[in-house]
Ligand binder design. Structure first.
Ligand code: 3EB
Length: 345
């Protein structure tokens, strides 16, 4: 159970009484734990985000696994297990591995990208498939997208890979035309050093509500200095009406649209926490309120920053808030860290 008071609802009138008891939206596990979860709540598993720098293939599972080739600081690998609200079943559609509890759909797409192909093209293709798959299966409201992009800060043709990724994503969304900017999914975009664009998503049968951050410009309105097409994502998405979970996009040391505290990890983490608080404040929440229902995935560009990041977050958060530290490149070179989260409400 989360420690967030249940009377602090966004839009309480639309959901006056029945706040379903806070079934956990996620679990954190190592490789072995997932198999054990299978007996306990395995019937509720939607899918897994598996952070593993080693290349070993996981044993086949009934649920989709997105293996992300990034190092964690928690042993060889760590997995975020996403849980449904009831029994789940697998669906394969357009070669996308999906699993659903009837209300929410989780899926994983991997695009190997042909040799020499631009990331823009692979991104367009993967997003087009994602949008078609979710709509065709009856889950048109895309809530959350995890993007893992090879060499995200490289500049192979005079354009940074992340900026080319943003172009492909925007083009696919524009061609699709069914998702308004104000309803864009929450997201993160993190670099890997392995080939293959990896995208995992959550989509819902039910409309989502998005959150804005008063301290930050909407990313989809960033000026062109960060790339020819603005990044298409929302700061956070509240699923299932106001019942949650709340999916918080990668949040970093950005004020308005500018990076602040360049080169200063402590400054960047402080700014990131202030941004997270500003995001939650209109919901009557804060990072201080966050308890065991909250998972924060903390991406660090440099592993040397781990001890400092751990101690800064330990001072700012309740011990019960789960933190998963992952080493990966942040999409802006000026950023040393980014934090994304899932809050069970
Ligand atoms: C930012 O606020 C930091 O392009 O999908 C965070 C989350 C960031 C998602 C994305 C980028 C993305 O702009 C970077």
């Amino acid at each position: 159970m989360s420690e967030i008071p249940t009377d602090r609802l966004r839009d309480p009138l639309s959901h006056p009484v029945s706040r379903r008891s806070a079934a956990a939206a996620w679990r954190l596990a190592d490789g072995q734990d997932i198999r054990r979860l299978d007996g306990a709540s395995g019937e509720r598993i939607l899918g897994v985000l598996r952070y593993a720098a080693g290349s070993d293939m996981p044993a086949p599972t009934p649920w989709p696994v997105c293996t992300i080739p990034l190092k964690t600081f928690h042993g060889d690998e760590a997995s975020v297990v996403l849980l449904g609200r009831g029994p789940t079943e697998s669906i394969a559609h357009r070669d996308v591995a999906c699993r659903s509890d009837g209300e929410t759909l989780f899926g994983v797409l991997v695009d190997a990208a042909a040799a020499g192909e631009q990331i823009e093209t692979a991104t367009y293709r993967i997003y087009r498939t994602l949008l078609r798959t979710t709509a065709e299966l009856g889950f048109p409201h895309v809530c959350r997208i995890w993007n893992y992009v090879p060499d995200i800060n490289a500049e192979p043709n005079g354009l940074e890979v992340y900026q080319a990724f943003s172009i492909g994503r925007r083009a696919a969304l524009d061609d699709w035309g069914r998702i308004r900017d104000a309803a864009l999914p929450a997201a993160c975009a993190i670099g890997t050093r392995r080939p293959g664009l990896r995208v995992a998503f959550l989509a819902s049968r039910l409309a989502v509500s998005t959150l804005s951050n008063i301290r930050q410009q909407e990313a989809y309105r960033y000026p062109p200095e960060y790339g020819p097409r603005s990044p298409a994502f929302s700061r956070a998405v509240l699923m299932n009406g106001s019942n949650g979970p709340l999916h918080i996009s990668g949040t970093a040391s950005i004020q308005g649209h500018r990076t602040v505290y360049e080169g200063d990890l402590c400054g960047q983490l402080g700014e990131t926490l202030r941004n997270l608080d500003a995001l939650l404040r209109p919901e009557g929440l804060s990072m201080r309120d966050a308890g065991p229902g909250t998972l924060l995935t903390v991406y660090l560009r440099a592993s040397e920053h781990l001890p400092e990041a751990e101690s800064l977050l330990a001072a700012a958060l309740k011990p019960s808030v789960k933190r998963l530290f992952v080493q990966g490149e942040i999409c802006r070179r000026s950023l040393l860290t980014e934090i994304e989260g899932i809050m069970t409400l």
